[in-house]
Ligand binder design. Sequence first.
Ligand SMILES: NC(=O)c1ccc[n+]([C@@H]2O[C@H](COP(=O)([O-])OP(=O)(O)OC[C@H]3O[C@@H](n4cnc5c(N)ncnc54)[C@H](OP(=O)(O)O)[C@@H]3O)[C@@H](O)[C@H]2O)c1
Length: 346
Amino acid sequence: MLKVFQWASGTVGRHAANAVLSRADLELVGLHVRSAEKVGRDVGEILGRDPVGIRATDELDAILQSAADVVVHAPLASLVYGDNPLQDLDDICALLEAGKHVVTVVGYLNPKAHGPEVHDRLAAACRRGASTFHSTGLNPGWMGDVLPLTMAGLAGEIERVVVREITNFQFYPSPEIMFDVMGFGAPVDEFEARGARRGQWLNGLFAESIELIADGLGLVLDRVSDSCELAIAVEDIQTAAGTVARGTVAGQRWCWTGIVDGTSRIVHETVWRMHKSVAPEWPVGKHTVTIEGKPRIHLALDADWVSDGLLATALHAVNAIPAVCAAAPGIKTRLDLPYLAPCLAR
Ligand SMILES: NC(=O)c1ccc[n+]([C@@H]2O[C@H](COP(=O)([O-])OP(=O)(O)OC[C@H]3O[C@@H](n4cnc5c(N)ncnc54)[C@H](OP(=O)(O)O)[C@@H]3O)[C@@H](O)[C@H]2O)c1
């Protein structure tokens, strides 16, 4: 039985911890939290279920000294949130060096996209602790990278891979993620004042995703370019995270392009709205993944193709645990792991 320490008890973290508790091959041994009012409480209570006899902690040392084999890491991403952009990397490396495997959802999907320093730091931590690091998610982490790579298995010649995500975030329940992290609900000057850090974070996340496709296809990219357009709310919008006031950012349309010899080979566009009425001139409808080549392969996914994206994000992490724990030490991208199945046997 693999022992799992859950790091963070937001929506994704709670889903992950509940998934661990429901699996016969995994044992939950701890929960790391940030909020002072959660420290010392029974984990079952935080998860909205019967007590499980484990107390939540806010101490890194508690994880390092625990019997945990692996940590599922799901806090707010420090690259964009909080005082120290490198906090996640510091924490993850401390865990890896202590011999704990780590599965995170904060990014670092393909660390070499951040440059050799980040990659080498993670690789060295894995070496010191004989541990394994893996990062995953829904998008990035599946829809814009693993799915097109899976589709590419049906292709011969590939000219271009084009991913378009169209998401209405009206129902995403986290004000921290929607407002503080992504910048919705901010006046444009405020959005732009924090734009450099947010842009760096998003560009990093999606460059990793694009580089993962490139790795899978054996392409060497010259660079990944980025662009962003904003849409402004014409009236107050009520969302699960709170109100997006008239005159503030209510839509973001990003495009990242992986370029080889001046030609765009991998394109990832995200059309994000806080309500379906925002920016009607932007693309609407389904998420699409297209392999332009021979044959052309085109997949269109309904907006509600997954009934709970945050649950799916958590399960992608939890389902990776057995493969991550069985892998040789080091950084393992999705290309290094086998097919990940849920554990259905009870
Ligand atoms: N790749 C993907 O497809 C994907 C999809 C969805 C989410 N995510 C990522 O998953 C993570 C969790 O998302 P969520 O929806 O669960 O968010 P959430 O519900 O807002 O939860 C946020 C979590 O961060 C913790 N936190 C509070 N203050 C913090 C700080 N200063 N620094 C670091 N963490 C802090 C909270 O601590 P407590 O435990 O004390 O409450 C909570 O556990 C985020 O990094 C998000 O970007 C990735």
